[in-house]
Design a protein around this ligand. Structure first.
Ligand code: NAD
Length: 251
């Protein structure tokens, strides 16, 4: 493992305890010159993610965070800077499904919860990251959106609306920070098996699978898009919403 700080990069993953977060953590931590800060609301989920990391890896820090809380997100980024001296990539990946219901049956609390985690969480990630990346004049911010931000899902209006907001947030942030050397993009996954579906009946997941020409995905099918956006190969890519959805949005 190289120890020259000028040749290393540091990556923060918010929402690292979930299915996709664990796959992203394993990909980035497994790169020999990459150090990671893994953060999640759930300490148990974070511990499971760390247990699944490859043996050959860079340094790993973990933090408990509620992404809806600006100060807590700032503390995660502060940890990355204290430990690794810089922040090269921030991945805003925490997200929650909204309760199943038509718009008139969903409460203000349902809407606020979705917006606080899915949208404000991403905003807090961007704010904390640009505080470090602007002085560096370099950085890549990647937001996890969803094809539900591009297509209409009945009974999931808060989820769809918040993911559409994330896509637009990435575009505006890309324009605002391009001259600061910061790229901002999002990934729009189709449905892949994960803990987010724990409350859904199997039949519902089967019906969703039928709408994906390539069937349901797995978290491993998504990591390549993040890896690309985090890399120098994507140096001319900003404001993009990369759809990785098994063909869901194609028809
Ligand atoms: N699974 C899918 O089919 C799918 C499709 C499109 C987009 N996504 C998005 O992918 C991302 C990852 O989801 P996943 O499918 O791996 O689900 P998951 O439930 O396995 O992971 C989500 C993680 O976010 C964490 N989290 C929730 N609220 C948080 C908060 N307030 N602060 C910090 N962490 C919090 C959870 O503890 C969990 O570890 C989410 O943004 C989700 O919306 C998932």
């Amino acid at each position: 493992m190289t120890t020259d700080p000028s040749t290393r990069r540091s990556v923060v993953v918010l929402g690292a305890g979930g299915t996709l977060g664990a796959a992203l953590a394993a990909r980035f931590a497994g790169e020999p010159a990459t150090d990671v800060v893994l953060a999640d609301l759930s300490d148990a989920a974070l511990a499971a993610t760390v247990a699944g990391l490859p043996a050959e890896r860079g340094a790993v820090e973990t933090c408990t965070v509620d992404v809806a809380d600006e100060a807590q997100v700032q503390a995660v980024v502060d940890r990355a800077v204290e430990r690794f001296g810089r922040l090269d990539v921030l991945i805003s990946n925490a997200g929650i499904l909204s309760p199943n219901g038509r718009i008139h049956n969903l409460s203000t609390d349902d809407w606020e919860r979705s917006f606080r985690v899915n949208v404000l969480g991403a905003v807090n990630g961007i704010k904390a990251a640009v505080g470090v990346m602007r002085p560096q004049h370099a950085g890549s911010i990647i937001l996890t959106a969803s094809v539900s931000g591009l297509t209409a899902w009945s009974h999931a209006a808060p989820y769809c609306a918040t993911k559409a907001a994330v896509i637009q947030l990435a575009k505006v942030a890309a324009v605002e920070y391009a001259r600061d050397g910061i790229r901002v993009n999002c990934v729009c996954p189709g449905t892949f098996r994960s803990g987010i579906h724990d409350g859904l009946p199997g039949s519902a997941l089967d019906a969703i699978a039928d709408k994906h020409p390539l069937g349901l995905g797995a978290a491993a099918d998504l990591v390549g898009a993040y890896s690309y956006l985090a890399s120098d190969a994507a140096r001319w890519t900003t404001g993009s919403a990369i759809v990785v959805d098994g063909g869901y949005a194609a028809p």
